[in-house]
Design a protein around this ligand. Sequence first.
Ligand code: DC
Length: 224
Amino acid sequence: MKTYSVAIDGPAGAGKSTIAKAAAAQLRFIYIDTGAMYRAVALYAIRNDLPWDNAEGKLAAALDNIEIAIDYVEDSQHIFLNGEDVSGLIRTPQVSAGASAVATVQAVRIKLVELQRKLAKGKNVIMDGRDIGTHVLPDADVKIYLTASVDARAQRRYKELMEKGEKVDFETIKTDIIARDKNDSEREFSPLRQAEDALFVDNSNMNVEESVNYLISVIKEGIE
Ligand code: DC
């Protein structure tokens, strides 16, 4: 049976996960959040005092001790680090910065890309990340590059964190987003960029529902 894969790439805060998750649920595809995997590696590095930038090869040397797995609990993806469900622990600003840093290390990318390809094989999937259309799934049936202005992305993150009751400062969030964009797009291995055959979507002026509906229509068109 033919299976389909959808690659969604884009910078931090464009709403990729929210939108990809909703689209996957409606289309009954499996959603794979690859950012969560880099976040889990960052959490391991933080807990074990390993340098994020792989100084002295310490992070690469520890990779054999890191087992990342994903599983689905009531349709939502949970991420496991050496058997521990760390889904709730990887959404902090410290882990975000760490993920962006460990993602520049080639050995980390090789390990996680292998896992991502294995997970996507033979299934209908929507996978989101930074290098899915360019590197992980170059033959994806549909590729979307989803972005929004820095202000729109910072505004959304701000609102999200406020709603969670966290004390946040808008300018700090914006600075973090700019730093992550720079880090993710200027790194040497598989930097964030739009695949040549990806559809460019700027959702600065769309709400979540509009973005989801638009992406679903694009995906349906692409797999028909
Ligand atoms: O999507 P996210 O914010 O959860 O991703 C966290 C970091 O992981 C992001 O700053 C860059 C990195 N990442 C990556 O390099 N490649 C991916 N496919 C997914 C995420």
